[in-house]
Design a binder for this molecule. Structure first.
Ligand SMILES: *[C@@H]1O[C@H](CO)[C@@H](O)[C@H](O)[C@H]1NC(C)=O
Ligand SMILES: *[C@@H]1O[C@H](CO)[C@@H](O)[C@H](O)[C@H]1NC(C)=O
Ligand SMILES: *[C@@H]1O[C@H](CO)[C@@H](O)[C@H](O)[C@H]1NC(C)=O
Ligand SMILES: *[C@@H]1O[C@H](CO)[C@@H](O)[C@H](O)[C@H]1NC(C)=O
Ligand SMILES: *[C@@H]1O[C@H](CO)[C@@H](O)[C@H](O)[C@H]1NC(C)=O
Ligand SMILES: *[C@@H]1O[C@H](CO)[C@@H](O)[C@H](O)[C@H]1NC(C)=O
Ligand SMILES: *[C@@H]1O[C@H](CO)[C@@H](O)[C@H](O)[C@H]1NC(C)=O
Ligand SMILES: [Zn+2]
Length: 724
């Protein structure tokens, strides 16, 4: 019964908040400790809100920033770790027990290390590893596309390209198959640089690979040191060669790696669906499998023996989706593969499996892997954090995280919070419609579509409803096999499940489909599904859950508004209420929109970041700045309405209700960034937190009113930018 008694402790949680009109003790608002009250709020509101934050939160060792997001992530990591490491209760869902068993197998490396060289099973499974083995061509069957397809389906690892379900931008009830070049990425084990996506962080490591090492430290362009990935590959190949009794000499292995590297770069260079895609280019990128087979035959004749219907049939084997000649896919990078030898392709596929599986392999492989990441200057996590993060899917699509979420919602979440959050979403949608009524730069026909679009937004909140139903949850995971002793195999099966879950959405469209982990501290707007997403992780303090509504509106309310507004930014305007790509703004409205964006570009372009001697890139951050500005305005409008409706205005000794709203907004963005972090942010789509606060609030006359900022103060400039 260990661990079950905790379930009964759910009471005690903060009840859904109501504004009160009596004076509130300032000690009840923990975030006020971040304030530096000696700073004039009209001069630099970020410094006023967050001046003391860096004293309370120094940057942890090995990290490059600390902010409200990273603080909450750490807290959730601890809570979920507690769930995973506690004992099973008899009545726990089988799926939760599976997650715990997988955790145990992962964290007790002693188990894993009793099975040395688990890579052998991969080589046996795939019938040889030409990198290190002489294989008699008469004895081995050729390694073709169908074999690659099998490996993708079995290991859930993207190979030459990733396969996923991707919205059909011309049909709102359909998803297509998407093939896309995947940066050679490895999930978990490392913490990406904050402000960089996971893939970007890994890409950083690959940038050097084979670039100027001619390619691998030999020949004219030889460098004295090898790129970290070269070293990883050599050690890995040597290890596997030794384990399986390979016969190829070191020199030749290096040559094989060299050739593989060239192939990998080619794969890597083939791109994504760009943000600025048009319906024409999109349509030209999609094709039925029958057409694709014809195309392949015509262009490659007998050089490529691939039947795409059969190939994808294997990839989709576990997903419940039937593949036939009319299945459509988005394609891009196929020629390259046919231009390379099958051995090279196979070496590449095998190496990817080894790389992905490395953190779950034996001690020797883990050491090779850890050395690689250390060489990239990426932070290695403790085993405990790695295993927890893997099982809560902190990166990518959800898999076992739903099972963990079952226990999380029992222990740490009050379902009333979902009702309250949903009410806030509805308030913010209503707010946005009021804004539409008010603005003058948009014509009525465009406004009418905008209203439909905001009304038709799908809201994904907390966790999927089946999570709290044991029967449904266990049904969801019934095909996942977890073995107590087999961490390597578990890892493979969990990946395969995760992939099958994502691609099960091909050839249909469920706009409410949950593809995110409930434990991601983030929020999203998804254009093709016109969907806003708020995982349960972000429905926590400091963002949400205060017993003062005015604070919640300042924080999660502004975030909700931000995501809604993304439906109407430079990219959002190209998708209609069903997520179909079509221009629904009139030419005049579009011109007026663009004209107004100039104001933001000028405003943010003037923001200087002294730590790195650079200015905010105002065009790169434009969409996010528009969303920030819209979000805060919409939420302020919503909370004012709420206060007048309920006739309660909370205040403290020093602050009015309005001021508390803005303080909540400001403190949500408190951070303590290193210069490295600020530098990394410069290539991202978000401005530094300080300017996200000051930029938004200096555009709001309501802010200056609330704090009595004079017309000549920095936070109250004469020019105010506004779209929404
Ligand atoms: C509101 O929450 C704070 C902590 O955030 C707590 O100290 C206080 O007692 C709560 N007030 C009420 C009325 O629940
Ligand atoms: C608060 O701001 C004042 C005025 O800028 C400054 O002198 C002081 O050092 C700041 N305090 C903290 C804790 O940062
Ligand atoms: C849209 O996709 C659905 C589901 O695949 C399909 O049934 C329907 O015929 C498609 N509509 C059009 C206009 O292609
Ligand atoms: C889309 O952006 C890419 C660069 O990211 C650029 O090369 C291309 O010309 C753009 N296409 C259009 C239609 O704007
Ligand atoms: C769980 O789902 C099953 C199947 O839909 C349903 O029969 C059952 O009533 C649900 N249980 C609860 C407690 O809601
Ligand atoms: C562009 O916007 C400015 C204000 O930002 C306005 O004065 C001007 O009339 C606008 N021009 C057009 C063509 O809409
Ligand atoms: C700002 O970002 C844009 C891409 O949107 C890029 O073309 C430009 O070079 C960047 N400007 C600076 C100063 O880095
Ligand atoms: Zn955004």
């Amino acid at each position: 019964m260990n661990g079950f008694c905790v379930l009964l402790l759910v009471v005690g949680l903060t009840a859904a908040g109501l504004a009160r009109d009596e004076e509130i003790d300032e000690d009840e608002i923990p975030e006020l400790q971040y304030l530096n009250r000696s700073v004039d709020p009209c001069d630099d509101f970020y410094e006023f809100s967050c001046g003391n934050f860096k004293n309370i939160y120094p940057i942890p060792d090995g990290d490059i920033t600390v902010d409200q997001f990273t603080i909450l992530e750490k807290k959730l990591l601890d809570l979920t770790n507690e769930i995973l490491s506690s004992g099973d209760a008899e009545e726990d869902p089988v799926s939760l027990k599976k997650a715990r068993a997988a955790y145990k197998a992962c964290v007790n490396v002693g188990y894993t290390d009793t099975i040395t060289d688990p890579e052998i099973t991969v080589v046996e499974d795939e019938q040889g590893f030409p990198m290190v083995q002489l294989i008699d061509p008469k004895e081995s069957k050729p390694f073709g596309w169908n074999d690659i397809g099998d490996a993708v389906g079995k290991y859930g690892i993207p190979m030459i390209f990733s396969v996923e379900a991707y919205a059909d931008l011309a049909n709102s009830s359909n998803n297509l198959i998407r093939l896309f070049a995947d940066p050679i990425s490895n999930p978990t084990m490392i913490r990406p640089y904050e402000g960089m996506s996971y893939e970007q962080a890994i890409e950083k490591g690959f940038q050097d690979f084979g670039k100027e090492v001619g390619m691998l430290g030999r020949g004219e362009n030889a460098r004295s040191t090898l790129a970290p990935f070269d070293i990883f590959l050599r050690k890995m190949a040597t290890k596997v060669g030794r384990a399986i009794g390979g016969q190829i000499a070191e020199e030749e292995i290096i040559e094989n790696i060299d050739v593989m590297a060239n192939f990998m770069r080619g794969v890597y260079q083939r791109g994504y669906i760009p943000d600025n895609v048009t319906l024409e280019t999109f349509t030209s990128m999609s094709i039925t499998l029958e057409q694709l087979n014809k195309w392949t035959k015509k262009h490659f004749g007998d050089k490529v023996e691939i039947d795409w219907i059969e190939y994808l049939g294997r990839v989709f084997a576990n997903s419940g989706v039937a593949i036939d000649k009319d299945s459509r896919l988005i394609y891009g990078i196929l020629n390259w593969v046919s231009m390379n030898r099958p051995e090279t392709v196979k070496n590449f596929v095998m190496m990817r499996i080894f790389l992905y599986m490395a953190p779950d392999s034996d001690a020797e492989t883990r050491a090779i892997f850890e050395e690689y990441y250390k060489a990239l200057n990426l932070k290695l996590e403790s085993r405990k954090d790695y295993c927890t993060r893997k099982l809560i899917d902190s990166v990518g699509t959800a898999s076992l995280s739903f099972a963990v979420a079952y226990e999380y919602q029992l222990r740490h979440f009050n379902v009333n919070q979902l009702t309250k959050a949903l009410q806030m979403v509805r308030d913010l949608q209503a707010s946005y419609k009021e804004v539409l009524d008010e603005i003058t730069w948009m014509d009525d026909a465009s406004k009418a579509v905008a209203v439909r679009k905001v009304e038709n937004m799908v809201t994904i909140l907390g966790y999927p409803s089946f999570v709290s139903n044991k029967t449904l949850l266990d049904k969801f995971y019934e095909n996942v096999r977890i073995c107590k002793w087999d961490n390597y195999g578990n890892s493979k099966r969990i990946r395969a499940f995760k992939q099958a879950y994502q691609i099960s959405q091909v050839a249909k469209r469920d706009r409410t489909f949950w593809d995110k982990s409930p434990f991601e501290v983030n929020a999203y707007y998804n254009r093709p599904n016109n969907k806003i997403i708020f995982p349960v992780a972000v429905l926590n303090p400091v963002f949400f859950g205060s017993n003062l509504s005015v604070l919640d509106y300042g924080r999660i309310g502004s975030v909700i508004g931000h995501e809604i507004t993304h439906g109407f930014d430079a990219q959002g305007q190209m998708y209609d209420q069903d997520g179909i790509m079509q221009q629904w703004w009139s030419t005049e409205t579009r011109a007026a929109f663009t004209n107004r964006t100039r104001c933001f570009i000028e405003q943010y372009g003037k923001y200087y970041i002294p730590e790195i001697d650079a200015y905010v890139n105002a065009s790169l951050t434009l969409n996010e700045n528009i969303a920030d500005n819209g979000g805060a305005r919409e939420s302020y409008r919503a909370v004012k309405k709420l206060m007048s409706r309920s006739d309660v205005r909370p205040k403290t000794k020093s602050f009015t209700a309005e001021q508390l709203f803005f303080i909540a907004f400001g403190t949500m963005w408190c951070n303590n960034p290193s210069n490295d972090y600020l530098l990394a942010m410069q290539t991202g789509s978000h401005a530094p937190s300080k300017w996200r606060v000051n930029g938004v609030l200096s555009n709001m006359e309501q802010f200056s009113e609330a704090f009595g900022c004079s017309a000549d103060s920095k936070m109250n400039p004469a020019t105010k930018c506004r779209l929404w």
